[in-house]
Design a protein around this ligand. Sequence first.
Ligand SMILES: C[S@@+](CC[C@H](N)C(=O)[O-])C[C@H]1O[C@@H](n2cnc3c(N)ncnc32)[C@H](O)[C@@H]1O
Length: 304
Amino acid sequence: MSGPEGNNKPVITSADLDHGVEMGKINDGYFSNPAMAQSFLEIAVAPLMEDLGSAVEYASFGGGEGYLPALVVQAIRECGREVDGLVVDANPDFLHLAQARGLRTQCGDLEEVVLSGLDLITMRSVNHYNAPDAQRRILERCLAALKPGGWCISQNLSGPSEAYCRLASDLSRIPELGRVDEQQDRPHITSQAEFNGFMEDVGFANVRVAGLAPDIIIGPAYYWARFNGKAHAEAVSRNDAASLEALREREQHYLRRANELIDAFLVAAAPGEAGLIKQAGSSYSIPLHFPIHMGRCPAIGEGG
Ligand SMILES: C[S@@+](CC[C@H](N)C(=O)[O-])C[C@H]1O[C@@H](n2cnc3c(N)ncnc32)[C@H](O)[C@@H]1O
């Protein structure tokens, strides 16, 4: 496996960095939960074990704090294989934690990563940070990094329809939230068909959704706490009434715009979809599906 060490901090991850997001703690601890990781291992990694040779070159793209990649490495070792585990991510704060879990790390933008000779790439909850074109480019980088016959697994936030995915994306892009400061098509949550299409377009074979990991819950209150909780706690500790008032006003604007989007969605939604969204305090909670997509790098001569 080879690849240059990068040190750039793309804007893609600056919202997490600036707001001090601790990935293992958000979404009720989903990303550091053993049961959630186990479903990823059972649905996607265990069925590939026979395909993996005795020495496995493995990289987690967007592997963040390294919780899941460390368990993937452990599962491969428990099957009697040697394994080299690398985490590539743009967030250096997360990568320090991945190093502490015994993983090699590389800091950089997945759109630019140049690796080769990999047997397995995993991603969980990574693609949606990126606009659709960037998601395709990342998949191209994955394909280029895999050996013929190697596998890419991507567990993605999703929903039962394009409109549902669009609602979830739009809620995390309202400017008052402070996640993005420009109008781009990201975060972009994909439907299953859309992401399978991306994998097929770039040349993966055997593209499929292997199964569903447990749902994850988002909503306006969750997004607000994720991107403004640190500023709020700091203002409280400084006893800074002006900042607290400014935050409160911005939160009201955010919640009003978020609720308008959700109400408009609910008016037009099919009953099955509308029924998933529940009133929560002054807003709503919204479950997202978490399909696990898989695709294989075609063997030489097999074509895409
Ligand atoms: C929601 S977190 C999930 C982390 C980890 N995969 C897990 O399951 O715990 C998404 C991660 O993807 C990384 N990421 C998303 N897009 C990226 C890109 N274009 N380049 C580098 N890292 C990216 C983020 O920095 C973040 O660490």
